[in-house]
Unconditional design. Sequence first.
Length: 415
Amino acid sequence: MVIKTRLADLRADNVCQIPLTNLDVSEAKRFQDDSIWSYFARLRMEDPVHYCKASAYGPYWSVTKYRDIVAVDTNHKAFSSEQGVAIVDVPDRHWTRSFIKMDPPKHAEQRHTVSPIVAPEHLTKLESLIRCRVKRILGSLPCNEDFNWVDMVSIELTTQMLATLFDFPFEDRRLLTYWSDVAVAIPKKGHVIDSWDKRGAILSECLEYFTRLWNERINAEPRMDLISLMAHSPATRHMEPNEFLGNLILLIVGGNDTTRNSITGGLLFMNQHPSELRKLRDNPELVSSAVSEIIRYQTPIAHMRRNATTDIVVGGKQIRKGDKVVMWYISGNRDEEVIENADKFLIDRKNVRQHLSFGYGIHRCVGRHLAELQVKLLWEEILNARLEVEVVGEPGRIASNFVHGYSALPVQIRA
């Protein structure tokens, strides 16, 4: 099928009509209707470090160019994550602490607790399991009828992996996806999650479920799963319930959203750019390169937020102590000054791993290699099985400025 012209292209003139001081790239609807790209392009060109005085999230700075983002992300002394990593300010009574919301040294202590499960030597042990699951999922898909790739492939593969990492009851694994979606939702009237209290009540159920698993693991011999690793580490075994929940949310969202939305985005991009799919089919050795390009082009986590701990200049702009600073990874990944032909999807581009989708510095995504492995094995098996998966409708995108993702992708496998 031919995907409709991107709305961003149709609305570029409207972007130019907005006074620069009023430009607010945090509006979730622009991510949902895919019209955000020209807004970021204008900021990169006219005001790369841009102050938005009024938004639904209060005043904030937008950092939109690659090198400025790296400068902020690698300066954890001047830019703290202690007040949160998303643009939204969570009410105090619903605030949860986690190691991504910590500065050194506590950040490293807790991060190192869970990192063995995604270390290269353990991923080697997981590879055959993941490949087996990929084959099973692909083999179960219907032919010559429409189905939702997000639900039947993207969510199913990542949720199975999450269940393995937590040693979570397999029959309940879809709870992990549900809790992940609730955790990243910003409550809004008329939506399923319409209040912070409702969100908190659902996440309390998550905490209750995992507390039962914790109590089992802490009294058993240490095992290679995330709950056991935390239960037996001096850095995490004495966490308060609030901090335990915060780290659960971090690990669930981190293990879910990057991979899930890259799996969906990858299939969409290959359909939108058939010459790149042909290139991959003709040369399967490009799979690893294609995976990096998919993750760059998708940028599953659109932004990360910091707060300035001191007065500091970034990109020629004076940022004051306490100011909210938002690093738009999704914009930095389209910065032509660093990435040549950044708006093009090219699976064999030079320096293909040079992207910001996993962040930079001490908070760089701890599970990035696992995410890449899952997407890589999926595409290897699509190629091995010679599957012709055609996108047959417009993708359903979620209304979020944090998770850049999909709710649906209608596809059909041609027999």
